[in-house]
Ligand binder design. Structure first.
Ligand SMILES: [Fe+2]
Length: 451
């Protein structure tokens, strides 16, 4: 036995439970391990040791004698049971040398780190304990690393799932956008054909009315961009513009003389007849699928905020929002460019006139926003309107100058603004772009007199 009477070592953060029914053995073990700085707890039977374990789950080492009194559990049995409470404790069994076979069985069954024969060598036992604790600490570190990795893995998994969720959402948004674009193309293809036919009819019926419709459509294009929430998708923007363009299409069904007279000069009967154009417009479009979203808008573009409009006398929030905004653009253009109200108003007077209709034709907020967000910031475009005119492909004649860049429906730039249409260009455009899949759109020409 080594001499343990010399000065004690510094305390170690490790606990050892020693179990033996002989006080002298316990004393010797306590003495030995205290010397090395370990904390030592003792028990005199397996049963007592198990109850101690319940409150010392952080034990590092359990050393137990094998032999107890006949009515008590054996050391190997106790060590086996101790695995439940302290699964990673270092288990050491003290046994007589003659128990070699029994020891081997216990080592296998109770996950015993070492069997030590009595009488033991202090030095050897201390080394076994030290080695056991080192392995235990290494295993605990490894366990911690695994847990950290697992946690990181779980976090990574969670992040991946969130990313996948986000990317699914983005994919849905992209699909929605693509679907929107597809509908825009499809509907614009249809629109182009049907709209051109209707605009041709308007032109033939009354050229001034056709110009008015184009200007209202231009304000709709601007409103669609600047009024929040008015048009949520590109498809809606195109539809809203079309509603502006065709808002008065019902006038085709009226006697032309009715349109030439200012409102003030109309008899009550003629006024009522003229007002039918809103309902007629809806009726004209009823069989054209491409315009299904705008029929109701056209029907109600003369309703008024106070309920005094036509055809149904809707008021305030009952009026479809697109109809309310088209009414503003319609009135403004009529004030500025027609003699519907007896004279043409200059810009400030037209704005004042709109304001004077607050609370009657429109809500106060709508008028202020139309003036502040649409008219004032786009005054230059209003100037430009005097010399820019939109034409359809049939109306694009040799000698005309393009006022804006010319694109196909697939956003392919064909000619730049300022280009003069020569016979060769006209023919080329016809040959290359007038098929249904890639036709020209938004053709604007300069209608100023050339010197
Ligand atoms: Fe109208």
């Amino acid at each position: 036995m080594m001499n343990t009477d010399t000065k004690k070592r510094p305390k170690l953060p490790y606990k050892i439970l020693c179990v033996d029914d002989e006080d002298s053995t316990l004393q010797a073990l306590r003495h030995l391990f205290n010397y090395f700085g370990y904390q030592v707890i003792v028990a005199r039977s397996g049963e007592e040791a198990l109850s101690i374990l319940e409150s010392h789950l952080d034990l590092n080492v359990i050393i137990s004698d094998e032999r107890f009194k006949p009515d008590q559990m054996k050391g190997s049995q106790f060590l086996k049971q101790s695995r439940e409470l302290c699964p990673d404790a270092v288990r050491i069994l003290l046994t007589a040398f003659s128990d070699a076979a029994e020891l081997e069985e216990a080592v296998n069954e109770a996950e015993i780190f070492r069997g030590v024969s009595k009488p033991w060598s202090n030095k050897a036992l201390a080394l076994i304990v030290k080695e056991g604790i080192m392995r235990q600490q290494e295993a605990r570190k490894q366990q911690k690393r695994t847990e950290t990795l697992t946690k990181r893995g779980q976090h990574f998994h969670q992040v991946s799932q969130e990313l996948a969720k986000k990317s699914r959402k983005q994919e849905e948004q992209i699909n929605q956008l693509l679907e929107d674009q597809r509908r825009v193309r499809e509907i614009r293809g249809e629109y182009e054909k049907q709209r051109d036919t209707l605009i041709d009819l308007l032109e033939i019926y009354d050229r001034k009315m056709a110009s008015h419709s184009r200007r209202v459509a231009k304000w709709c294009r601007i409103m669609a961009e600047v009024v929040p929430g008015l048009c949520k998708t590109k498809f809606q923007k195109v539809s809203f513009q079309m509603a502006g363009l065709l808002h008065d299409v019902g006038k085709i069904g009226l006697e032309k003389e009715l349109l030439a007279i200012s409102i003030e000069s109309l008899s009550q009967k003629d006024l009522q007849e003229r007002q039918r154009h809103a309902v007629l417009g809806q009726r004209i479009l009823r069989k054209l699928d491409a315009f299904q979203d705008i029929r109701v808008v056209i029907r109600h573009h003369h309703e008024q905020y106070d309920g005094s409009g036509f055809p149904e006398g809707l008021a305030k929030g009952q009026i479809p929002p697109w109809s309310r905004w088209i009414a503003l653009a319609n009135d403004y253009d009529n004030l500025r460019n027609t003699e519907l109200y007896g004279e043409r108003f200059d810009r400030p007077n037209a704005r004042e006139q709109l304001k004077s209709w607050k609370g009657q034709r429109y809500g106060s907020d709508s008028v202020d926003r139309f003036i502040d967000e649409v008219l004032i910031p786009h005054a230059l475009e209003e100037e430009e309107e005097a010399w820019i005119e939109e034409v359809n492909f049939r109306g694009l004649k040799v000698g005309m100058t393009l006022a804006r860049d010319l694109y196909t429906i697939n956003d392919q730039l064909v000619l730049s603004a300022g280009k003069i249409i020569t016979p060769g260009i006209r023919q080329k455009l016809e040959d290359e772009y007038e098929d249904q899949n890639n036709h020209l759109i938004d053709i604007f020409v300069d209608v100023r007199e050339k010197n």
